[in-house]
Ligand binder design. Structure first.
Ligand code: 13P
Length: 257
């Protein structure tokens, strides 16, 4: 069975001192039963990662963490970028790749996203590969084919062992930061299409093992309903993940199942 993953994408929020306080509050509210039932991760800004690594290592926390982006290159003249070997050295488990805010604000296209996924895998970290349609695509009714096209491009030329390591996050852009959550049925429709596509490009076994997350206005009040859907294996949580008590409540959705 796929273990649920609840990953908090802090986006550009919380400096390293605030990060320490938030992680301490979060782990205070989560116990071994929660960690046995759910993988819990935070995805802070780069400047917080070292502080979080120190906390996690020092207190042997079961909390996982990762980065929100990565350079496709390992080193060199790329001012402002952070490489996969640097993130691996900081103990990152995950790297978010292809978030819609990277695609829209930083004009990231499928080709560079594919390279970032490969760079992440090459350094033994797990990409959380984001796909999702904007409102105009949703209204035109072509959201499933749009997401499948993004998937094929992002995962192009990956070997089966590499495909096996990917986490996919379906984040409909119209539901991000808007308070407008997709219905559980909307999430299920696309997540199940993503799983079918994983079977096409990988294998049945890979498809069955792949964790597919939903993201977009997730909070403690709606997580349990979303998690009832067969192909939703967790959530990528933005705004609500900055509040440690709210994130802990989201993690505890498993108590209601
Ligand atoms: P919100 O939860 O704030 O809608 O953000 C979702 C998201 O983009 C997570 O990556």
């Amino acid at each position: 069975m796929r273990k649920p993953l609840m990953a908090g994408n802090w986006k550009m929020n919380l400096n390293h001192l605030e990060a320490i306080a938030v992680v301490q509050k979060l782990v205070y509210s989560i116990n071994d039963k929660d960690y046995d039932a759910v993988d819990v991760a935070v995805l802070p800004p780069f400047t917080d990662i070292r502080s979080i690594q120190t906390l996690v290592d020092g207190d042997r926390l079961r909390l996982l963490y990762g980065a929100q982006d990565v350079s496709p290159s390992a080193n060199g003249a790329f001012t402002g970028d952070i490489s996969a070997p640097m993130l691996a050295k900081l103990g990152c488990t995950f790297v978010v790749v292809g978030h819609s805010e990277r695609r829209s604000v930083h004009k990231e296209e499928d080709g560079v996203i594919n390279k970032k996924i490969k760079a992440t895998l090459a350094h033994e970290m797990t990409p959380i590969f984001c796909v999702g349609e904007d409102l105009s695509v949703r209204e035109s009714g072509t959201h499933v084919s749009h997401v499948i096209r993004q998937m094929r491009a992002g995962l192009a030329n990956l070997s089966k062992p590499e495909l096996k390591k990917i986490v996919i996050a379906y984040e409909p852009i119209w539901a991000i930061g808007t308070g407008k959550t997709a219905t559980p049925q909307d999430a299920q429709e696309v997540c199940s299409a993503i799983r079918n596509e994983m079977e096409e490009i990988g294998s049945r076994e890979i498809a069955q093992d792949t964790r597919i997350l939903y993201g977009g206005s997730v909070k403690s009040a709606n997580i349990a309903e979303i998690m009832k859907e067969a192909d939703v294996d967790g959530a990528l949580i933005g705004g609500a993940s900055i509040d440690p008590e709210e994130l802990a409540k989201i993690v505890k959705f498993h108590q209601s199942t």
